[in-house]
Design a protein around this ligand. Sequence first.
Ligand code: ADP
Ligand code: ADP
Length: 228
Amino acid sequence: GSLVSLRGVGKRYPSPTGEVVALRDVNLEVQQGEFIALIGPSGCGKTTLLRILADLEQPSEGSLSIAGRTPQQARQDRLYGYIFQAPTLLEWRTALQNVMLPLQVMHLSQGERQERAKAMLKRVGLENFLHNYPWQLSGGMQQRVSIARALAFDPELLFMDEPFGALDEITREKMNLELLRLWESTQKTVFFVTHSIQEAVFLSTRVVVMTPNPGQIAKVIPVDLPQP
Ligand code: ADP
Ligand code: ADP
């Protein structure tokens, strides 16, 4: 079966002038290892869709499952990591401490947590910046710490909401290349929100194009796998 399944998912937000329909009748099946790019005009519900998948928002109708579980169960089982547009690192903690922090819920010793966090930071090329504070790191490096932190539980899925949108173009392209390599070597399933059709086609195995007002899937475009 599919790793992620959305059936007739809709979302309405209350608003002073009635209701905002953010999503309507979204149906999508995603297999393990796919890289899905979500694209569409501002306000078409991309973030809402990601937030519903990640159990940060409840759907108004329809059903969805992740590895046969509800989003809430999937969150409890740490099946996914979420990466926001702006880095959400704790300013008074080093890169290493930021990645170690969520691992506190695991039954690991301090030393084991540290080894695991170091391995994740190495994977994103930050082995020489373990003890830097976020303000001592570039924007790109801060997002790499966020990715290392999201990977720390070895989740099945990564939800990324315009993760490099705040970076300059050259850094963004560099980060996209690194993300592709990471995806190829880890076989994670990725949902990636972007404004750029170029980025979507470059990165993904399928581009999901959404309509504005309300957000519906207009088109799903399969993309040839990029050659490593
Ligand atoms: P996108 O990520 O594609 O820009 P969003 O998912 O952020 O779109 O928003 C989809 C629609 O839902 C927009 O019309 C937006 O104004 C509305 N919306 C999003 N979040 C809320 C909220 N918390 N309350 C009310 N309306 C919201
Ligand atoms: P990124 O591509 O991650 O945004 P930059 O392009 O800003 O990074 O920086 C390029 C290189 O400069 C980095 O790979 C790193 O070697 C070095 N660098 C950037 N910021 C720092 C810092 N705060 N301390 C030490 N070296 C840094």
